[in-house]
Design a protein around this ligand. Sequence first.
Ligand SMILES: [Zn+2]
Length: 412
Amino acid sequence: MKELIVLLVFCVLVTTEVQKYDGFKVYRLSLNTTEQLDFLHTLRDSMEGLDFWTGLSILSRPVDIMVDPKYEAEFLKTVKDQGIITEVFIENVQMLIDKEKVTSNSRSGMSWNSYHSLEDIYSWLDELAKTNPSITLINVGSTYEGRQIKGVKVSFNPGKRSVFIEGGIHAREWITPATVTYLINELLTSKDKSFRSIADGFDWYLFPVTNPDGYAFTHNSSRLWRKTRTPYSNCFGADPNRNWNAHWGVAGTSDKPCSEVYGGPAGFSELETSSLSKFISTVGPSLDAYLAFHSYGQMLLMPYGHTSQHLDNYDEVLRIGKAAINGLAKRYNTKYIVGNIAEIIYKASGSSMDWVKMTYKTPIAFTYELRDRGSSGFVLPANQIIPNCLEVVDSIVAMFQEGEKLAYFTLS
Ligand SMILES: [Zn+2]
């Protein structure tokens, strides 16, 4: 009996322990040959202690890998043997995390000078829905661990065409729920004339945290968790942005459950993606735009991820994307690049954006990879939340104005 109690106490301690990243470094690797790229594909699935912060991309893009100090010597020898050039990009990940600000807000408030927990974000949405007639709360279903997948509809003039915005599908990309909550607040409070005509011209669906279990896990246990929390063999989670039924399993994904890009056992195997897709089906035909927020890298990505062929309205979307990144750069000169996913970063199928575009031919569909370019990566300091959000709003204004020029819709 005593042993059992000791074991139980031990289990509780283990499961509630917060993972520390002391001495974890992020290395940036520069590649010269396709053999080196192929080698990294193998390494990703075979070596412990590595966390790929960027996908395995086209040769010209560097690859960022966080390395557990226990495996650092082995890692360095292995990549050196392949002639791969490495540089330390982040010296100590835990130091960045220690500086990152998380605050518990007052019961109904929200702020953008620190990051917030899932509970805080949800209680803010609840409060908004109670006090604001333009807001309707939406719960599309439950996660694997039983949390709600909650969003809002913002509508000032019901019956308009729609815009759908999602954040937080990758749990560790904390800047993305912060950006989506900021946008909700802007829709409700902005007095800027250009933004107002866009805000009033559509019905908006906004989901700040589309992977709630993962997001809660990044706050409670492991800051750099990416996937869902569904158990699979001896690991947890599928990559929810490789799990949509859009050329599922074809590219940029893995069939190994421990991989960061494990696509799950089947398309829509995850409750999070299947529930959200069912909800999107109810509004899909009315969508004029679909925006997915990710970090990091400062890119605006266009469909599709499974092919570099220019499909659908590629030329027009590229024109809109260029207008958007030019608009974004105006305030702080933050430089983004725009292009097809498969062309400018890597082939990756099964994303939400591709599924929406493929299913509904949504005219405007983009995935933002927000700040920065790797100096903080996923652990973006909280004092960058507001500058990031301001430039994103600028980009959305430019995006929709260009869409209007192409006669996709008429703004008031
Ligand atoms: Zn992401």
